[in-house]
Design a protein around this ligand. Structure first.
Ligand code: ZN
Length: 262
């Protein structure tokens, strides 16, 4: 499946997911990190949504932080989705915190530090504000479209539970997109699932921990709307976790994702 495929077919009440798999080395240096597209597009009736109502009434919404400056042109980036007829990316609303929960089951040692380090880097790169909503026992990775008030779920799983983690896939991530009354689309919730055994192995050594952090950064990049690019200088290369940190194109894309209107 093309992970950059636009316009998932409306599938009210259901979800669609995709991943990609490539044969190859299972060596840690070659770990593949993929995106999973979640979510049908849920069409909300005009006026049924509080934000749309505010917009209709001409009420300004307040961003949680000022848009970041965008440094253009020195790298490669691609968005998973753009607004119809526009190159503006689909993203989370900069007027609401991105709430997330973490399921500690099967998680490696120091997992919260790992997650929150990546969250901090994504916040710095996008200007979006994340809010930790605590631990959860939920393992409902694939149905985070049923209730738009669901927080983003971060957790660790095995390929037996999530077949998309089979082979050398280290993580999958994606967000559920809703289409609002005026046709404007945004992400409202999502999930990041990391391969349990891979992360246990990586978190056992300092270099492995850096690699685990890079995989987490890559997955959060997908969560907020970045697609893969065929550029080895970017963390959003399918095997970009070896890159270690966000490249210039990644950073431009992330700044644009955080710069959307609410
Ligand atoms: Zn990926």
């Amino acid at each position: 499946m093309d992970v950059g495929e636009e316009q998932p077919a409306p599938e009210p009440g259901g979800h669609r997911r995709g991943g990609e798999r490539r044969p190859g080395s299972a060596l840690l240096g070659g770990l593949l990190v993929v995106t999973m597209l979640l979510g049908g597009v849920f069409l909300l009736a005009p006026g049924a949504d509080r934000d749309d109502l505010r917009r209709l009434l001409g009420m300004e919404q307040d961003r949680l932080s000022a848009p970041l400056p965008v440094r253009s042109g020195s790298g490669t980036f691609k968005f998973l989705h753009t607004q119809r007829g526009s190159d503006e990316p689909v993203s989370y609303s900069p007027c609401r915190p991105v709430r997330y929960v973490v399921n500690p089951e099967g998680a490696p040692r120091d997992h919260l530090e790992l997650v929150q380090g990546s969250v901090r880097r994504i916040e710095e790169a996008t200007g979006l504000v994340f809010e930790y909503a605590g631990e959860t026992t939920s393992r409902n990775f694939l149905a985070r479209a049923l209730d738009r008030s669901d927080p983003v779920l971060v957790g660790w799983a095995t390929p037996e539970e999530l077949p998309d983690l089979a082979g050398d896939v280290a993580g999958v991530a994606g967000s559920t997109m809703v289409s609002r009354g005026a046709g404007r689309r945004e992400f409202v919730t999502g999930m990041v699932a990391l391969d349990r055994d891979t992360f246990h192995e990586l978190m056992g050594s300092p270099s492995g921990r850096a690699h685990a952090a890079a995989i987490m950064d890559h997955e959060l990049g997908h969560l907020v709307g970045l697609d893969h690019v065929d550029d080895r200088g970017e963390l959003m290369h399918p095997r970009g976790a070896t890159q270690g940190r966000f490249g210039p194109g990644d950073l431009e894309g992330l700044a644009r994702l955080g710069g959307v209107s609410c």
